[in-house]
Design a protein around this ligand. Structure first.
Ligand code: TXA
Ligand code: MG
Length: 367
């Protein structure tokens, strides 16, 4: 298939919208990462997204809308909390899991009785949805299992020849995917952390927000207790039981065997670079010197080593740069990536660590 490269000009977005309306696939920019879009109400179109990504078809998609009032097509009832979150965070990097209305294809929601919805904060994306005149289902526009694309060139690298068109735009502002919060239970529950933190949501709702158990399980490995972080308390940095090299009794995703995460996306290995990757966690000075030591050791034996070490408190920048760094290092052909853990209890740092852990297959060494 020949993939058309389009711009964010009105005539190009019109063309892209026509492709979507006819059941085709278009990659488009959002503020978080690039998405791979199809008409969310067209089961055949959605099936093609799974095919292009090579994604397991039980993994549900996020449905993107351009006006808050379009939410009524997707869910039968809005609670006060849902409306508060819309008012506070849309358009923006917050996805809500809601009860699903009949008529949304099972293909879109992976057969679940819920649907994930968000309104992206990107002009081209909003225009595309409006002109296509349908909600757009869009996972990240990468081949399943590889780092999410935050630049047009990353989308082209993964999707050229597999989809109808790509809308090229600037690099994504946020750099990690939206926060996913499940609003179907009594307590709002974060299924995927992002730059809108539990604390932000708690402040908007004036009530407690939880993290899904699968996230806490992953976080145990890092010494970060996001639940305590959300409550504004400091968690004990030490006294963490995990050992270097991954958690015992967990599968490759770090999720305990027999545990069924609510968000199917949590269970599969994600964001993996081609290189072997190890996270070094501990006091900043020790992390630095351990990375230097391992780098020198491996380079002496002929391996090409890449390093990811963000400024200590620069969580927003880390979120912005993480996926593109992974891709750059892969393109340079490194054999090994050594990454310094973001070991602060800030919610954004936790969201970056969530991606870092998955990328490294939960391979973490403590110093
Ligand atoms: O920022 C984003 O959210 C990007 C851009 C393109 O909008 N999209 C994105 O989509 O990250 P994707 O498919 O890569 O991730 C969607 C996540 C997955 O972890 C999936 O399991 C979860 O949302 N999800 C989708 N629908 C769900 C549902 N009904 N219940 C629980 N989790 C759901
Ligand atoms: Mg994805």
């Amino acid at each position: 298939m020949k993939t058309k490269i389009l711009t964010t000009e009105e005539k190009d977005i019109r063309e892209a919208a026509k492709i979507i309306a006819k059941g085709g696939l278009v990659a488009f920019p959002t503020e978080t990462v690039y998405g791979l879009g199809a008409n969310a109400l067209d089961a055949d179109a959605v099936a093609k997204v799974y095919e292009a990504k090579g994604r397991p078809s039980d993994n549900p998609m996020i449905v993107h809308i351009a006006r808050a009032s379009d939410i009524g097509q997707l869910t039968p009832m809005l609670s006060e909390d849902i409306v508060m979150l819309i008012d506070n965070f849309w358009p923006g990097p917050l996805t809500m899991v809601l009860r699903k209305k009949a008529g949304i294809p099972d293909r879109t929601t992976g057969g679940l009785d819920t649907v994930a919805v968000r309104m992206p904060d990107n002009e081209a994306a909003l225009r595309l949805i409006t002109l296509a005149d349908c909600p757009i289902a869009a996972p990240s526009a990468n081949i399943s299992g590889s780092p999410s694309p935050t630049r047009a060139k990353d989308v082209i690298a993964d999707m050229d020849g597999k989809i109808d068109a790509i809308i090229e735009s600037e690099d994504c502002r946020v750099g990690i995917e939206s926060t996913v919060v499940d609003m179907t239970g009594d307590v709002p529950t974060i299924l995927r952390p992002g730059i809108i933190t539990a604390e932000n949501i708690e402040a908007a709702l004036d009530k407690e927000v939880r993290y899904d158990e699968a996230l806490l399980r992953g976080a145990e490995l890092t010494g970060i207790d996001p639940q305590l972080a959300a409550e504004g308390e400091g968690a004990a940095a030490d006294g963490v039981n995990g050992t270097a090299g991954g958690a015992a009794g967990a599968d490759e995703s770090g999720v305990a065997e027999g545990f069924r995460p609510k968000s199917p996306g949590m269970k599969s290995k994600h964001y993996a670079p081609k290189a072997q990757m190890t996270i070094i966690e501990g006091r900043r000075d020790k992390v630095k010197s351990e990375i230097e030591r391992l780098k020198a050791l491996n380079e002496r034996l002929g391996l090409k080593v890449g390093v990811i070490l963000f400024e200590e408190k620069a969580f927003i920048e880390a979120a912005h740069d993480f996926f593109s760094k992974l891709r750059d290092l892969d393109n340079e052909g490194v054999d090994l990536i050594l990454a310094g853990a973001m070991s602060d209890r800030d919610g954004v740092g936790f969201a970056v660590m969530n991606r870092m852990l998955k990328s490294a297959g939960y391979n973490i060494a403590r110093v």
